[in-house]
Design a protein around this ligand. Structure first.
Ligand SMILES: Cc1ncc(COP(=O)(O)O)c(C=O)c1O
Length: 360
């Protein structure tokens, strides 16, 4: 495939460009004022999404970060505590929005290798009503899990967390930025994956290739609150049908092909694992994300990234967790082989530490 950026871009699936079908749909979209509820394309997107996810209603928003923020604001009252994983996107990369804008402190729990929280730790973290304790407002999960290498939570795992939360009257929100990747990896309808939880945010602008937008789904009452909070943070839109039209194409044309991205990520992970000096957790590589670590005593992350970029392959840095490659519809089998070839040459060129060489 010709690369629109001029290089093989494995940094993220957010780099995907709108498909020709999306551009046509955008040009032809019927629009109206969405704040009066009069944009027919937005209304259609919201209805289609709610039906597909098996929830009562949906609200279209401009980004995943906004979707998570306003879902959390809607579940919580000021001062409530948000339980979430210490490796979650909401904690790491969303500006602490719920805490800074909502006055909602975070209670971080340990995330296991597969992106799961321990239900016993969740049960223990949910606050009893007692002076001095904040009220627990919501428990957040992430599926697929970005920092855990795209690991997928099964519906029964969501159910385990939902059971302990619901028993104490606490709702569960899923940051499902890549929920269709989770459904594809599990081979299940997406509605089945999210059935145990109260709300979900997912992104059209990642592997589903739309240029903009995410959506929040949940009960009718909850979504009414989400709409109010979308307005509060300045996210209510007008003729948003122009972008929602592309999101409809995401839903109708882009979900079925996600297994292709997963197969390419698998090939990447297995190829990397065969390179001397690279470590990959093959067990957690379950969707379109590959996190791996080149041996730090042979090459630094910065050197590895620069070496790949010099050969026309861009990847991203996840600090101590390692380096990340993400497959998406602009990445072909040839791109994967090229990335592996470059990684192999880089490691072959990186000196083996003297002590290790002697030991051999
Ligand atoms: C797991 C996860 N949640 C939320 C988001 C936020 O989405 P956005 O970049 O649209 O704000 C991302 C973005 O990469 C993500 O990976």
């Amino acid at each position: 495939m010709a690369h629109p950026n001029g290089f093989i871009d494995l940094r993220s699936d957010t780099v995907t460009l709108p498909t020709p079908a999306m551009r046509r749909a955008m040009a032809e979209a019927e629009v109206g004022d969405d704040q009066y509820g009069e944009d027919p394309t937005v209304n259609r997107l919201e209805a289609l999404t709610a039906e597909r996810l098996g929830k009562e209603a949906a609200c279209y928003v401009s980004s995943g970060t906004m979707g998570n923020l306003i879902a959390i604001l809607t579940h919580c009252g000021r001062g409530d505590e948000v339980i979430l994983g210490d490796e979650s996107h909401i904690f790491w990369y969303e500006s602490g929005g719920a805490a800074t804008l909502g006055g909602l402190p975070f209670n971080k729990l340990r995330t296991d290798r597969f992106g799961m929280l321990d239900p016993r730790e969740v049960a223990d973290a949910i606050r009893a009503p007692r002076p001095g304790y904040p009220r627990t407002g919501v428990v957040c999960l992430e599926n697929t899990h970005n920092r855990c290498g795209g690991a997928v939570l099964r519906p029964e795992q969501l159910r385990q967390i939902a059971d302990v939360a619901h028993e104490r009257g606490v709702p569960v929100h899923v940051d499902g930025a890549r929920i269709f990747n989770a459904a594809a990896a599990l081979g299940l309808p997406v509605a089945e994956v999210v059935a145990p939880v109260d709300s979900v945010q997912f992104c059209f602008s990642k592997g589903l290739a739309a240029p903009v937008g995410s959506i929040v789904v949940g009960s009718r009452d909850f979504i009414q609150g989400v709409r109010a909070n979308r307005k509060l943070v300045g996210g209510a839109m007008r003729q948003a049908g122009v972008i929602a039209a592309a999101a409809i194409v995401s839903l109708t044309e882009m979900t079925e092909r996600l297994p292709e991205d997963h197969a390419r990520a698998r090939r990447l992970a297995e190829g990397l694992a065969q390179i001397d000096g690279i470590h990959v957790d093959l067990e957690t590589t379950q969707s379109n994300i590959v996190i791996f670590r080149p041996a730090a005593d042979r090459i630094t992350s910065e050197e590895f990234i620069a070496g790949m970029a010099e050969d026309g392959v861009k990847i991203s840095n996840y600090g101590l967790r390692g380096l990340r490659m993400v497959t998406h519809y602009q990445i072909t089998d040839e791109d994967v082989e090229k990335a592996l070839g470059t990684a192999r040459s880089l490691m072959e060129g990186a000196a083996v530490p003297v002590a290790a060489a002697v030991a051999k």
